[in-house]
Design a protein around this ligand. Structure first.
Ligand code: IMP
Ligand code: MG
Length: 181
């Protein structure tokens, strides 16, 4: 794996596709066990979570459904703190166990706002699955139920995570070089 550059910023390899896939398989197995017979609705938070949601969904080996919601809060390499709901909920979640599938929980504001919004729709349960978690950046009392990788507060891209819309199609995860060590 080589360094990559986007918008003049250089990134170094951080988490390989193999490690990502293996970790997602493990989470898939956990969800399969815990939700057997309950038909969970995986709610993919667009755009960033779609590769994770897709891989996770394929690794849930019991009846499950998928739906989508689109949110946006980031500009550049730091959280704007303002969460905009760009696209509403595509499905009815009333009375159903929902697993919110996120790419990353940073300050936690995005997911907190989404959970508040979801509660109004009366799901029977809300859990959170996130591929990445930056516990040191957390500014809310959000506590994700399924975490792929807990990482320090560094800016990363790839496997769905973007820099101003770019780099989502990198197969591995990369970290901003100046924050690498
Ligand atoms: P939060 O509201 O601060 O938790 O931010 C969550 C959202 O910010 C995520 O859904 C991502 O879209 C974005 N984000 C947070 N950290 C990163 C990062 O390191 N790289 C790319 N996007 C990030
Ligand atoms: Mg996101």
């Amino acid at each position: 794996m080589e360094e990559v550059t986007y918008n003049g910023l250089t990134f170094k390899p951080y988490i390989t596709r193999e490690r990502i896939q293996e970790r997602i398989r493990e989470i898939g197995r956990e969800i399969t066990k815990e939700y057997k017979g309950r038909k969970p609705l995986l709610l993919c938070v667009l755009n960033g979570a779609f590769p994770f949601a897709s891989e996770l969904f394929l690794n849930v080996d019991t009846d499950a459904e998928i739906a989508f919601i689109r949110l946006k809060s980031y500009e550049g390499t730091s959280s704007s703190g303002v969460v905009k709901e760009v696209m509403g909920l595509t499905d009815n979640v009333s009375g159903r166990p929902v697993i919110v599938v996120e790419d990353i929980v940073d300050t936690g504001k995005t997911i907190q706002r989404l959970v508040e919004r979801l509660r109004q729709e009366n799901p029977s349960e809300i859990r959170i699955a996130t591929l990445l978690f930056k516990p040191e950046s957390l500014r809310t009392d959000i506590n994700p139920d399924y975490v792929g990788f807990s990482i320090p507060p560094k800016f990363i891209i790839g496997f769905g995570l973007d820099l101003d819309g770019l780099a989502r199609n990198l197969k591995d995860i990369y970290v901003l070089k100046e924050q690498a060590d």
